[in-house]
Design a protein around this ligand. Sequence first.
Ligand code: GDP
Length: 194
Amino acid sequence: MFDKAEFTKGVVSWKQLPRDGRPEIAFVGRSNVGKSSMLNAVMSRKKLAYVSKRPGKTTEFNFFLIDGKYYFVDLPGYGYARVSKSMREKWANLIEQYLDERQTLRAVVHLIDSRHPPMEQDEDLIDFMRGSDVPYLIALTKADKLSGNERFKTVQRLEKRLEEVGRSVPIILTSSKSGRGIKEMRGWLRDFLG
Ligand code: GDP
């Protein structure tokens, strides 16, 4: 599983979403959080690695067909400085509609940089997911950059914040560099898709 990834399409509106009914998992996180690296690490054969980032395409939902059966959807983070305010709002709306209404969505993986406290957009997503039934997990990225004690504190702080969400949200410490948490990620993704 997770052997082959093919970029399928970039989507800018609801009506462009694939209609083939394949189950999908959305990966959300602001630019530079380590999303591409994480997806590459999840794909088991390095040589067939996940398609690299497409510069300048941060305002598209990027659909990757995995093993011919599922989609991984790279969702743009929102609130980027480079797009206008009205553009940001349009994006936030589309993302929210997608998270709320997309029938084939099996899980949302929210990537947060373990070195920084959640940013405003992260806080918004955490709050948004409170009202959702879709399985939700948080992957803290770049965990190799923290000491053991810092990792512990970061997870503890986030757990406290998540208590308000009122449902259990798994938190995984990951590092694409050291491979930490990648097996665990694969396990979760497999379960979501199974
Ligand atoms: P994206 O914009 O979210 O797709 O982020 P990238 O995967 O392109 O990574 C952004 C930067 O963070 C790059 O310089 C990566 O080398 C670095 N990076 C990504 N993952 C890790 C990690 O696990 N550990 C460390 N130390 N750096 C990472």
